[in-house]
Design a protein around this ligand. Structure first.
Ligand SMILES: Cc1cc2nc3c(=O)[nH]c(=O)nc-3n(C[C@H](O)[C@H](O)[C@H](O)COP(=O)(O)O)c2cc1C
Length: 175
């Protein structure tokens, strides 16, 4: 798909059809995401592809706000960074996650970012247990990996409104 078209149709989607995503599609999405640039070409980003119902349910309960819909996604991809490879592992993850969301659209799917890094499990307990700890209880994630987010994805069951044009002129400064 042309980039302009991908940018026009990408919207966060939290409602998915009850349909599995083919493994080849998930692999292509991961391959496209990992073309992302990285600081000093450190290639610190790691992806974990999750598509088992019970694993998706585990992700959906990592926070009591903004994550419940993950249990009905067809898959989720954890975007993680190897902290030993780069001090800018988090920045590298952000770029990978962004390209990953665009790759999802290119494969005819839709997605939503679900934040992990430094987020508490309970909204009312900001200093309490973190979503990352919850994920580590079930998934074998190496100690030196940090987790930025999960990208929940699937075939969309949601007709989004077109993206609004960006508001005002203050977001682009011409000198
Ligand atoms: C850094 C970041 C964190 C986000 N975290 C969540 C989240 O935890 N749960 C959720 O439902 N949506 C999350 N989103 C999706 C945003 O709510 C969404 O991108 C925003 O409302 C704009 O809508 P659009 O993606 O359709 O343009 C996140 C997006 C970003 C970029």
């Amino acid at each position: 798909m042309e980039l302009k078209k991908i940018l026009d149709v990408r919207r966060s989607t939290r409602k998915f059809l009850d349909r599995k995503v083919e493994q080849e599609k998930l692999q292509r999405i991961a391959d496209m995401a990992l073309t992302a640039p990285s600081s000093r070409n450190s290639r610190s980003t790691r992806l974990m592809i999750v598509d088992k119902k019970e694993d998706l349910e585990h992700i959906s309960t990592m926070r009591d706000y903004g994550a419940a819909f993950v249990k009905n996604a067809a898959a989720a991809i954890l975007v993680m960074g190897d902290k030993s490879k780069s001090d800018l592992w988090l920045d590298n993850c952000v770029i990978t996650a962004t390209i990953l969301q665009l790759a999802v659209v290119d494969e005819g799917l839709a997605s939503c970012w679900v934040h992990v890094n430094d987020r508490p499990c309970l909204k009312d307990e900001p200093e309490g247990k973190k979503a990352e700890e919850h994920l580590r209880e079930k998934f074998a994630i190496p100690e030196n990996y940090g987790i930025l987010c999960a990208i929940a994805l699937g075939y969309s069951d949601f007709e989004p409104a077109p993206l609004p044009a960006y508001e005002g002129e203050e977001r682009v400064i011409w000198l």
